[in-house]
Design a protein around this ligand. Structure first.
Ligand SMILES: [Fe+2]
Ligand SMILES: [Fe+2]
Length: 268
């Protein structure tokens, strides 16, 4: 029993305002500067960065399909615009990383096993929960991965791209977690326990897959396996706390529409 249920779900209109404002407050990327990648950075970072660049460039068609169904169920048409702006932000990440690869004379990836696996899970069923669950887990890893790349490179351009992605992902995780809290709200206790058991198993698999695919870049950025593993679970526990329905006050009959006084994510 949680006695301090004080969080509030932000309305879709609040999220639309946030994404629009964030699009206007992007960090300046010093594109005029040389790429400045050492041979070692090219060997260690670039192969895995190509995979992440591909992952960031999803066209969003499946999310939009899921959002239409979800928004209709919830009676919250504004959510579709929030989802569209979220997709635009991910595509901006992919666009900046792609432009960086172009500047470095590296071809962009066309396929990547991690990306293929991730898309398969999301596309299997176009439902918001099936979509948001793996996304929040990968975004949790993005917080570690882009920090590792930021630390591992001397390239001012790449560092700035990573800083922007890191800032944006904090808000993305909150966006997904609020959706999941809404979706889990009212679920029978045994089913919620089963859901969280599935989350832990699935997160274990994703975490191991991220390590296998990106361990060289992670290690170069200061994350050996033990630190990476501990950090991943610590960040995911934070996300699980954010998606816990018991942490929220459920006073409004239509939480998706309830404008709330709580501030939007700081710095993102
Ligand atoms: Fe992203
Ligand atoms: Fe994201």
């Amino acid at each position: 029993m949680n006695t301090s249920a004080s969080r509030t779900i932000r309305s879709s209109a609040d999220w639309v305002d946030y994404f629009r404002a964030n699009a206007e407050q992007q960090k300046d990327i010093p594109w005029d500067e040389p790429v400045n990648l050492s041979a070692e950075e090219r060997a260690v970072i670039i192969p895995s960065l190509r995979g992440w660049q591909l992952g960031e460039t999803s066209d969003g068609a499946h999310l939009l399909a899921a959002s239409h169904t979800y928004a209709a169920d919830l009676g919250d048409a504004t959510f579709i615009e929030a989802a569209r702006l979220f997709i635009a932000e991910e595509q901006r990440h992919g666009g900046n990383l792609g432009r960086f690869l172009d500047c470095a004379g590296v071809s962009r990836a066309i396929s990547d096993w991690g990306d293929t696996l991730f898309r398969a899970v999301r596309y299997f069923v176009p439902r918001m929960e099936i979509w948001a669950t793996p996304v929040v887990m990968v975004e949790t890893h993005a917080l570690i991965y882009y920090n590792a790349v930021r630390r591992a490179t001397r390239s001012a351009v790449l560092r700035r791209i990573c800083e922007q992605i890191l800032a944006d992902e904090v808000a993305h995780i909150r966006f997904q977690c609020e959706r999941l809290a809404l979706l889990h709200h009212g679920r029978a206790g045994w089913l919620q326990a089963l859901t969280m058991l599935f989350h832990r198993g699935f997160f274990t698999v994703i975490t191991l897959a991220v390590w296998v695919g990106h361990r060289h870049a992670l290690t170069a950025g200061g994350y050996r396996f033990k630190r990476f593993w501990a950090m991943a679970w610590s960040k995911m526990h934070h996300a699980w706390a954010l998606m816990n329905p018991q942490a929220y006050a459920w006073n409004d009959p239509m939480p998706g529409h309830a404008p709330q006084a709580e501030e939007m994510p700081a710095g993102a």
